[in-house]
Design a protein around this ligand. Structure first.
Ligand code: 3HC
Length: 648
């Protein structure tokens, strides 16, 4: 049967032209293909009904590159005119200069000229395990469609040199990490996601979202009755950190890097040595990654003093307590520091869950008590949630905001509640995943769909990273506070019982081995089965069938629902603060503008209706909040401000 060679173009009702290369078996770029591409790009650019363009290859392969047979014919005949002189015209004039957004939908392979075509597009969406490379040198030619220029711009000079000089190809997964691939999506959703990307670029969504995040971040520095109250931040020359564990040593490192004198207190010499060594290791790793000079690391370390008692606390400007989440211990510490510290001293806690009023219950300095909630690793993550109670003074908030900025954090002032703004909004993130797994959905698929959405880690892998011991403790705290909307899953407990604490002990849902990437652990499926038996929520005992879109909705719409409650209760000053906090604290994709911005793009009415239907089938975990319902009914955006009952 004759091979069907050519380039086709189909324009959908959405205004996206899909241009497809067909030249089996690898869609090599033979002369008729190159001229076909030119013709179709030209047509798509001319047609007024085409808003955006997707370029793809037929038969599950993008393109294996320029047709090597042509090289052979040139060698045989010596006739150089056989080489089509098209690269500049096709790749630069028509593709890169196209006024309409162009997205490459890459599957199978994109090699040589194939990858070069993909790189000339404005964005690349790829299916898993696609092979990407510029192997031209193995044929004695150099990449001729601009790959020598575009690859270094996307992946950096070192990696591009490696890929070109050694003809090394990479997978689309690695490509995503390097910036060559903008989104990784399961093969079934490749075309639909690529269409959406193309339309988003056409409508300026991506740029709109990023511009929103830019201004939202600037807005966080305006706090009514604090930054406009004519107050001046007081200098924070010496800060004490109590607790030299992961958080305490990270906070100390962040302070030292900005030339603040730090006193690090621990309970015994052994713990103190550990804490000091962790700070040193943090600084060393910054030096080895080229982020800090040896000189500056030495200077930072000279500002650190380890102590075992409170003698040094007599002249500190602020104390940041970062001990384990134990109410009695924290209450005792706050009572002690109140007695020893000077009256102007700020008493801050890095708690992530305990009510600050409870922590400060035994003190008389309620106006000096504030939450300084850093995200781990504290010397790297930029979000700082400043948690204020109804008693925290404006001066204390202003001082902590100024200190936060000085140590290069983005401070976001939030109200006092269990989980504060970020952890509270995202507690349903893990629970939605547990619900899906107990309903029979493959756990590794859940993670893969959510990373395709743009989160750096799926909810189950995130659980592995945090540790399931911590997961158990946190689960109980949230169950106590928000019991009406909790999905009670035995999965975490069962994981712990089977010796899987996550990354900490090398085993969770995934296997963690030094020097290699986490691998899905098939033996965890027996634990999952046990959990499914206990919850018994699969309809008729059979796994449910869901699309990738439904997985995203069942995990992220409950998060939006909790964000609505956070907005309703005035835990954040403005909706955009929650966008910034979700991007910086949870690595929610910035190109989606943050959790509330994204929800408004999807539409409150749609989210409300989906949650309502899900709650009818699966119960209270999905029940739409009053705020969401009101906004949906009144056709309002979630981000529109309201006259609020604020916690501020
Ligand atoms: C302008 C640019 O910078 C210049 C270029 O693009 S130069 C070309 C760069 N591309 C390459 O070097 C890729 C070469 N191809 C390969 O490495 C492998 O064929 C592949 C990884 C694409 C597929 O491998 P595999 O699945 O094992 O199939 P394989 O048997 O090798 O190839 C299938 C058929 O496609 C042909 N083919 C593969 N790539 C081709 C290409 N670029 N041009 C013409 N034919 C090609 C093979 O000759 C083979 O033909 P046959 O069935 O008649 O024998």
């Amino acid at each position: 049967m004759a091979k069907k060679i050519g380039v086709t173009m189909e324009v959908g009702n959405d205004g996206v032209a899909v241009i497809t290369i067909s030249n089996p078996p690898v869609n090599s770029l033979a002369s008729p293909i190159i001229s076909g591409l030119k013709e179709k790009f030209h047509a798509a650019n001319q047609r007024s009904d085409v808003k955006a363009i997707v370029l793809t290859g037929n038969g599950g392969r993008f393109s294996g590159g320029f047709d090597i047979n042509v090289f052979q014919q040139v060698h045989k005949t010596g006739d150089i005119s056989l080489m089509p002189e098209v690269s500049i015209d096709l790749v630069c004039n028509l593709m890169e200069d196209s006024r309409k957004p162009l997205v490459a939908a890459v599957e199978g392979l994109a090699l040589g000229g194939g990858l070069e075509l993909a790189m000339a597009c404005h964005a690349r969406v790829a299916a898993p395990k696609a092979q990407l490379g510029l192997p031209e040198l193995t044929l004695g030619v150099i990449p001729g469609f601009g790959g020598t220029q575009r690859l270094p711009r996307l992946v950096g000079l070192a990696k591009a040199t490696d890929m070109i000089l050694l003809s090394k190809s990479i997978t689309s997964e690695e490509g995503q990490k390097l910036g060559l691939v903008d989104a990784l999506v399961p093969s079934g959703g490749l075309l639909s996601t690529s269409r959406k990307w193309a339309l988003d670029i056409a409508d300026g969504h991506t740029a709109k979202a990023l511009v929103h995040v830019f201004f939202a971040q600037r807005a966080t520095s305006k706090v009514p009755n604090v930054t406009d109250a004519g107050l001046k931040p007081r200098p924070m020359k010496k800060v004490a950190v109590i607790g030299g564990g992961l958080m305490g040593s990270g906070i100390a490192t962040a302070l030292l890097l900005s030339n603040t004198r730090v006193v690090l207190k621990e309970v015994n010499p052994e713990y103190l040595q550990k804490g000091l060594k962790s700070v040193e290791a943090n600084l060393k790793s910054l030096v080895s990654r080229g982020k800090l000079t040896q000189d500056k690391a030495g200077k930072a370390l000279s500002l650190l003093k380890g102590v075992l008692d409170y003698a040094e606390f007599k002249d500190v400007d602020m104390v940041i307590e970062a001990v384990i989440e134990n109410i009695q211990l924290k209450q005792k510490i706050f009572k002690e520091i109140e007695e020893i510290c000077p009256p102007h001293c700020i008493l801050a806690s890095n708690t992530s869950t305990i009510d600050l009023n409870v922590i400060g219950e035994k003190t008389n300095s309620k106006d000096s008590i504030v939450g300084a909630h850093f995200f781990s690793p504290a010397h790297i993550m930029t979000l700082l949630e400043i948690v204020r109670t109804e008693n925290t003074s404006a001066q204390v908030i202003l001082d902590l905001m100024a200190l936060g900025k000085a140590i290069k954090k983005v401070p976001v002032v939030v109200g006092n509640c269990i989980g504060f703004a970020v952890n509270r909004t995202f507690f349903p993130y893990t629970q939605g995943a547990h619900m899906l797994v107990n309903l029979g959905v493959d756990l590794f698929r859940v993670d893969s769909v959510i990373t395709s959405f743009g989160m750096p880690l799926g909810p189950l892998q995130l659980g592995d990273l945090a540790g399931h011991g911590i997961g158990m403790a946190v689960k109980d705290i949230y169950a106590k506070a928000y019991g009406d909307r909790i999905f009670r899953s035995p999965l975490t407990e069962l994981l712990l019982k089977s010796g899987r604490n996550g990354k900490i002990n090398g085993r969770g849902y995934y296997i963690y081995e030094k020097g290699s990437k986490p691998k899905p652990d098939p033996s965890v499926l027996s634990v999952v089965e046990e959990s499914r038996k206990l919850t018994n929520i699969m309809p008729g005992g059979k796994p449910i069938s869901v699309t990738d879109k439904e997985i995203v909705e069942m995990i992220l719409f409950p998060v939006v629902n909790e964000a609505c409650r956070v907005l309703d209760e005035g835990v954040v000053i403005r909706a955009s603060d929650l966008d910034v906090a979700s991007v910086l604290g949870m690595s929610f994709p910035s190109y989606r503008g943050g959790i509330v911005f994204w929800a408004d793009t999807v539409g409150p009415k749609y989210i409300y209706e989906r949650l309502k239907r899900l709650s009818e089938t699966y119960g209270g975990f999905f029940k739409p909040s009053r705020y969401l319902e009101e906004r949906a009914m009144n056709g309002m955006l979630l981000s529109e401000p309201k006259a609020s009952r604020s916690r501020m």
